[in-house]
Design a protein. Structure first.
Length: 285
């Protein structure tokens, strides 16, 4: 199989993430995809970069799947970076190549297909999205196959989908963010996406909490930097010892987050239920 990872992070955010966790969002995706699909050929593209060349529809159709990463990019603000990212996603839809996105990746697909994204205002999901529940459509959708009736997932975002585009299906929600998972059909393309982060490790969750410490303080989710650091240390410790029941209990987490095979469920389902059948229909070896 041949995959393309589109890194949605602008250059400054990419380097800031590397400083805190050792890799960019695209590099995280590459690592996870190599584990989920051993032997797959994976390329990485940075559509937000001013010098990046956006592949043609024909070039994109040569891939079996396209993956869009998370990013602090605000799609509700007009910017050259946002325009390039949206243009890229529109070409992905036109190519008919199956696509998947997490966090900002979902938001990019939404805007590219005609939907709307907004700031969450004072609300936040920082660390984990709690009590995610499938909609009626989501209960029978292959993206969420294997997820229990209610589950948690890593999540760090300050923006959200305000309105899904025509032809989209809402698959999961919680009380904080209405659109937590969705299928978007646009032109010849099919996109499956989630607002949360099935691709990131607990170590990356801890690093994100540290990066966003000021924002957490500003919005009253923590009372001091020491509070944030204490939480990040506990998440880090659980990353190092995922079988520690005491830490999982303290953080209110279960195997849906602590076990990688469960945490990456949506990515596995996307490859198994959408990418591989589409590849077979295209007659690829």
């Amino acid at each position: 199989m041949r995959f393309l990872v589109a890194e949605c992070e602008p250059p400054e955010a990419r380097e800031k993430r590397r400083e805190s966790v050792g890799r960019s969002s695209g590099e995280t995706y590459l690592e996870v995809l190599h584990k989920l699909a051993p032997g797959a050929e994976c390329d990485r593209l940075k559509p937000t970069d001013s010098r990046a060349e956006i592949p043609s529809r024909e070039a994109l159709s040569a891939y079996d799947a396209v993956f869009l990463t998370g990013s602090p990019l605000h799609l509700w603000q007009d910017s050259p970076e946002a325009r390039r990212q949206i243009e890229f996603m529109q070409k992905v839809f036109a190519s008919g190549t199956p696509s998947f996105g997490s966090c900002a990746g979902l938001q990019v697909a939404c805007v590219a297909a005609g939907g709307k994204v907004r700031s969450m205002g004072q609300r936040r999901e920082a660390g984990f999205a709690r009590r995610l529940v499938a909609t009626d459509a989501g209960r029978n959708h292959p993206l969420l196959d294997g997820r229990p009736a209610s589950y948690d997932a890593p999540a760090i975002h300050t923006d959200e989908v305000e309105q899904l585009p025509e032809g989209a299906t809402l698959l999961a929600s919680n009380r904080v963010t209405h659109v937590q998972a969705a299928e978007i059909r646009c032109g010849d393309g099919v996109f499956w996406g989630v607002q949360y982060h099935p691709e990131i490790s607990l170590r990356e969750v801890a690093a994100a909490l540290r990066r966003q410490s000021d924002d957490l303080l500003e919005h009253g989710l923590a009372r001091s930097e020491a509070d944030v650091e204490q939480l990040a240390e506990q998440v880090d410790a659980l990353h190092e010892a995922p079988d520690r029941a005491d830490l999982a209990w303290r953080l209110g987490l279960d195997d849906q987050v602590t076990v990688p095979e469960q945490r990456t469920r949506e990515l596995r389902n996307f490859i198994e239920y959408l990418v591989q059948p589409t590849r077979s229909r295209r007659g690829r070896a």
